[in-house]
Structure formats: C-alpha cells, structure tokens
Design a binder for this molecule. Structure first.
Ligand SMILES: Cc1ncc(COP(=O)(O)O)c(C=O)c1O
Length: 393
C-alpha cells in the first residue's frame, strides 16, 4: 500500500478535488504545473537558499535529556519553533510564494487559525513585495492578538471571518470565496495539507524538508537514519506530514498523530477528527470530518487555535483508516500541563499546538531504548496570554 498521493490526487479513498466549477481553472493551472516547477533545479536552489539564509534551516534536532529521563525513553525535539516567524508554516509559504511568482500571480490570499500561517504568508509577501490579504476568524483574531499585529506590521490586510464558529474553517470558506472572485491574478496559499488536489501533496512536499533533515541529523547523532517513532500534532496536518514524509513507506518507523480532544472527546467541545469524524467533503477534499448525522459540519473546539479544525488532510485520513498511523487525542488540560513541563525541564516554551504532541508522554509508554522524535512545530510566544490566563501567572 502506498501512502503517497496517486495521479488523481487520492490517498487511498481520500483526497481528490471536489470544487465548484468556478475554481476549476485555478486548481487545474496549479495541478498541471506544480511538479514540473518544483523539480526545476533553479526553483530548488532558490527554495533551499531561502530556507537556509532567511528561515534559518536546518533546524536543530535536539536531544532533550531531562525530558527523556522523566519519561525513561530517548526523546529528540525537532526544533521547528526556531524557524523565522516561529513555526513550521514558513517552509510552505516560502515554497508557495516562489510557485505563485512562477505562475505569474501578483496577489496572495491566505487563511489562518493560530495566525502562524498568516504571519508566515505576510512575511514572504513582504519579502517579495506582493499584496497580501489574510482571512481569520473573529474568535481567532481575539485569542491570537500578537500575530494579528505582526501581520499588520508586515503590510498584510487581515479580514475577519464572521460566520459559523468564526475560526479556521470559516476563514478558509472566505478565502475560497475570494479566490472564486479573483481567479486570474491571485494565488491562494493554503496553510496545511488540506484543500483540493494538488494542495495536500504540494504542501507535504514543501514541508518534507523536516523529515529529510531528521534522517541526516539522526544518522549523525545515533548512527541510524530512522527513529522508532515520529510524533506530531495534527490540525490540518502539515507539520505532521512534513515530519512523517520520508518515513511513510518505512513500516519500522511508528507514526503517531496527536489531535485536540478539547474539553474531552465526547464533551461536544472537541476537535478530535479521527475519533469523531466520518467520511465527507470539506474545502474541496474527501476526508474524515466531524459532522452531524445529516452531514452538516460540526463546530470544532480546542484551546489551541491551530488545531481547532473539524477535518484532517486526506493523507492523515488514509493513515488512520489503513492503520499506518496511531492516533491519540489530548485534552486542553493535558496539553497545557505538558507545555509547562517542557518549559521547566528544558527551558523551551512551546506553542500550545506542539504541547499536544508532548502530552502523549504521560499516557503512551515507550521502551527505554526507543528513539522518539517529537516535532516541536512552533514556539509559545503567540500563546503567552493563554498560558497566563490558564495558569493565572
Ligand atoms: C505551531 C503550530 N503547530 C501546529 C499547527 C497545526 O497545523 P498543521 O496541522 O497544518 O501543522 C499550527 C497551525 O496554525 C501551528 O501554528
């Protein structure tokens, strides 16, 4: 069984491009060109040069000794939090802004939840001198205020999404609406491995630099390329897709995906898609999503804006359905506690999204000689107010 996308844009039964006719020319233009553009030596060179000199890659693979001692296993942290702009999102936006330029686009739109993707998009637009509009749910605008200010400073216009739960799903709806109205000059930089084909594959390829580096760094540190497990949190699934990418067809490497259980899987306030989702279509992709018995999308909830999404990318739906991936759900409380533990044991303040990944260490036991790579997708600066409120600091 393959875990990579097929020619029609499917991962097993999931994926495809379920889009309104008006969007067909946009996605078709991208589908026909993306692989060729990405394979061109000049594109690769510019992408990797920017990742190195502008983003600061490779990010370290850090052996977390005190955390390892606490949980009696060998834990490495892949430090995506050290990227310019504070998370993995910038790997993808660097790739997509270069793609947009190759396609001759002069206006960029994006959606954002935690604001990390919005900041990463505003950043590359400033870098290239291209107009940028970011859609963001009104609720997320309130809980991620520092990132809203950063986007504005970088010259982007932040447009609030006022419908539904006023979070990531609704921001995505608004961005798609904009793209339908501006099909010729605008490129939509989707921020995760979601959306119609070829987005999930294109974004996974840009993020795959994470697992490419893990392999080389582990070889240097441990004399072997493959860890026993790779762990990542899953909102739409882009940091996870990047961390898993080069291990997907290596069954000895366990893949662990961590979702947000919010106030509890069955509390009615959760974003645990694998536990609660059924097959359906969201934002142009056939995947697992949380829905009512008559197929209306359920409003998700998580303390973490980046994980507050009612679906997962089609790759992750396939990893779940096929059993290749192990899926674990973590509550708000478990994530916040794990975030504080990392601060106090390693001196690293993680994004709340990343704290969900760390929290599995309390419940998922590993052998003492297992090598567990945790993808630390982002830093906690944007979440400071949430941490302050939660711990009454
Ligand atoms: C730090 C961080 N981690 C994880 C995510 C979740 O996104 P994804 O599942 O695409 O990696 C986000 C989204 O905003 C984020 O900011």
């Amino acid at each position: 069984m393959s875990y990579y996308v097929d020619e029609k844009g499917y991962y097993g039964e999931f994926g495809g491009a379920y889009i309104p006719e008006m969007l067909y020319p946009n996605t078709e233009e991208l589908r026909q060109n993306y692989l060729e553009i990405m394979a061109a030596p000049s594109f690769k060179e510019e992408f990797h040069q920017l990742l190195k000199d502008y983003v600061g890659r490779p990010t370290p693979l850090y052996f977390a000794e005190r955390l390892s001692n606490k949980y009696n296993t060998k834990i490495y942290l892949k430090r995506e939090d050290l990227n310019h702009t504070g998370a993995h999102k910038v790997n993808n936006t660097i790739g997509q802004i270069l793609m947009a330029k190759k396609l001759g686009k002069n206006r960029i739109i994006a959606e954002t939840g935690a604001g990390q993707h919005g900041v990463a998009t505003a950043t590359v637009c400033a870098l290239m001198g291209i107009e940028c509009v970011v859609y963001m749910g009104e609720v997320d605008i309130a809980r991620q205020a520092p990132n809203v200010a950063r986007m504005k400073m970088l010259g982007a216009e932040v447009r609030p999404a006022l419908s539904g739960s006023r979070t990531l799903k609704d921001a995505t709806n608004e961005a798609i609406r904009d793209w339908i109205n501006n099909p010729v000059d605008t490129h939509y930089i989707i921020g995760s491995v979601v959306g119609p084909h070829p987005y999930p594959d294109m974004v996974a390829r840009f993020q795959s630099v994470i697992s490419e580096e893990i392999k080389a760094q582990l070889l240097e540190k441990e004399g072997r390329k493959n860890p026993d497990y790779v762990v990542a949190c899953v909102g739409g699934g882009s940091n996870a897709a990047g961390a898993y990418y080069h291990f997907l067809d290596t069954p000895e490497v366990g893949i662990i995906a961590v979702e947000a259980a919010g106030k509890g899987i069955h509390s009615g306030e959760s974003a645990a898609t694998s536990a609660l989702g059924k097959v359906g279509i969201i934002h142009g992709s056939k995947t697992l999503l949380m829905q009512t018995p008559d197929g209306q999308i359920t409003e998700p909830y998580s303390i973490s804006a980046g994980l507050d999404y009612p679906g997962v990318g089609p790759l992750h739906a396939h990893l779940f359905k096929s059993g290749r991936g192990e899926f674990i759900s973590i509550t708000d409380d478990e994530a916040m506690t794990a975030g504080l533990t990392l601060c106090q044991l390693e001196g690293i303040i993680p994004a709340i999204e990343s704290s969900h990944g760390l929290a599995i260490l309390e419940q998922r036991k590993f052998k003492s000689d297992d090598i567990v790579v945790m993808n630390l997708s982002g830093r906690g600066d944007k979440d400071l107010q949430n941490y302050i409120d939660y711990f009454k600091l």
